[in-house]
Design a protein. Structure first.
Length: 134
């Protein structure tokens, strides 16, 4: 006799809350946190108690002032992502519906490719080919 366990799992990607709102907007000389707060209140309806989506501002590594962010028929997600990347941050919305901005440690582009990088890339691929054999 076999025994089976059944698990019910609910997975929610809260980014859908930001993708479904399409807007045209311009923000000038306002901080990243100010942009996010304005969008939370004006586009996403604020807290659940007032009929909104319950999105709040989470972690904000650096609250730089951004000279200009413009969007024409873009989602709230794309607008916030563009604002974040313009100051070197990565944008996300978590399971608690908090909008987070984290500093990015990615190297800036374009990157000069020299023989050391090519050699390292070639070595990496040779090693990955070897490990895929086992």
């Amino acid at each position: 006799t076999q025994t089976f366990k059944t698990y019910e799992v609910e997975c929610t990607d809260n980014s859908y809350l930001l993708f479904r709102r399409i807007m045209t907007r311009t923000s000038e000389n306002i901080s990243l946190g100010g942009i996010a707060s304005a969008l939370i209140n004006e586009e996403l309806g604020g807290p659940v108690a007032t009929g909104g989506d319950g999105v709040t501002l989470g972690d904000l590594d650096y609250n730089q002032v951004i000279p200009l962010v413009q969007g024409d028929n873009v989602s709230v997600y794309d607008y916030l992502n563009d604002a974040a990347t313009s100051v070197g941050q990565v944008f996300s919305i978590d399971n608690d519906r908090k909008i987070n901005f984290r500093s990015s440690s990615l190297p800036s582009a374009p990157q000069t490719i020299d023989e050391n990088i090519v050699h390292a890339w070639d070595f990496f691929h040779k090693m990955s080919d070897l490990t895929s054999l086992y």
